[in-house]
Design a protein. Structure first.
Length: 294
């Protein structure tokens, strides 16, 4: 399995200050942003700074780049600048569905070949729900051959704009029904496609307790990671998406109980009935844990 990306930190590509220490923030991945956090007049500067970062940065974080959408005039320059520098992956904003992931994959493939890079190593992470059309296409992901697809994530801001909503929150400040539904659909599509399910960002970046609550709940639901917009969010996210010691110990006990009794379809662990779905869950927890170890 590909290394699980628990925390993915957005860094605006045209900010010297934010790029400076980005590699030391402990994120599993950086998402150097060429899209919405960079104004049109700054696109060229941002692209050049991103290229510089890819050339010179020594970091344990994977370096990903969020390019501009496929239908923009920036796209070709983004790809021609970034792909030759062999980023870990490309985040694609505003795809309309998996056909756009195929299109991007072909463009990457052509540049990989031109620049003598190994074929297929550069992965793709779509923000899969930024238009209504995209949401309607989520179920097509598992039925499309997308070897570069590392995971799927979702966003509520652009979708709200696309559907003409005044807000995406309810009166308590939680996502309203449409966005909760889209979040669950993303989780199910990612799991069916066998890729990482990455939850959207928590925008109130000073509210650490709120973030912890959201991240813990997301991990419990099956998400494997979460987007971050501020360095202070990274450690909390990494913690919340790493199986706890107690979870690992329990998983080991479940696996041992089945190994000790190979003919059993059901065993008792700590006085609780434990069957095959629990065994699969235990194997999943251990695989996740191992993937998060340095
Ligand atoms: N990546 C890397 N470094 C960041 C950062 C980020 N996303 N956000 C803040 N920092 C740095 C600051 O430069 C500052 O560095 P210093 O310790 O060298 O002084 C430190 O973290 C503390 O920053 P702070 O003053 O708390 O935040 P801010 O008010 O400067 O910035 C935001 C707040 C929201 C503008 C900023 O976090 C940001 O730009 N986030 C990403 C936005 C983005 O990419 N959006 C697109 C995806 S939705
Ligand atoms: Mg956006």
């Amino acid at each position: 399995m590909s290394k699980v990306l628990r925390s993915l930190l957005f860094v605006p590509a045209d900010s010297e200050k934010k790029l400076a220490k980005a590699g030391m923030r402990g994120a599993d991945a950086l998402l150097i942003d060429l899209e919405d956090s960079v104004l049109p007049a700054r696109k060229d500067v941002g692209r050049a700074m991103c290229a510089d970062f890819l050339k010179t940065n020594n970091t344990n974080s994977q370096i990903w780049v969020r390019i501009n959408p496929l239908d923009t005039a920036y796209l070709e320059d983004d790809l021609e600048t970034i792909i030759p520098l062999n980023p870990a992956g490309i985040m694609l904003p505003k795809p309309d569905g998996p056909v756009d992931i195929e299109t991007l994959g072909l463009k990457i493939e052509k540049l990989e070949r031109q620049h003598g890079l190994p074929a297929g190593k550069i992965k793709i992470l779509p923000v899969a729900t930024e238009t209504a059309r995209a949401v309607m296409s989520l179920s097509l992901y598992p039925r499309t051959y997308l070897p570069r697809l590392l995971g799927m994530t979702w966003g509520a801001e652009d979708l709200a704009t696309d559907v003409g909503a005044l807000t995406n929150k309810d009166k308590n400040g939680d996502f309203s029904f449409t966005y909760q539904m889209v979040r669950s659909q993303t989780l199910l599509a990612a799991k069916t496609a066998g890729v990482q399910a990455i939850d959207t960002l928590y925008d109130n970046f000073r509210d650490k307790d709120g973030l912890r609550k959201r991240a813990k709940a997301a991990f419990a639901e099956g998400f494997t990671g979460m987007l971050a917009i501020h360095p202070a969010q990274v450690e909390i996210i990494n913690q919340c998406f790493t199986p706890t010691e107690a979870q690992v110990r329990h998983a080991q006990a479940v696996i041992k109980a089945f190994a000790d009794d190979p003919s059993a379809g059901v065993v008792a662990v700590n006085g609780k009935m434990t069957d095959i779905p629990h065994l699969k869950q235990a194997q999943n927890i251990l695989a996740l844990f191992e993937s998060t170890q340095p």
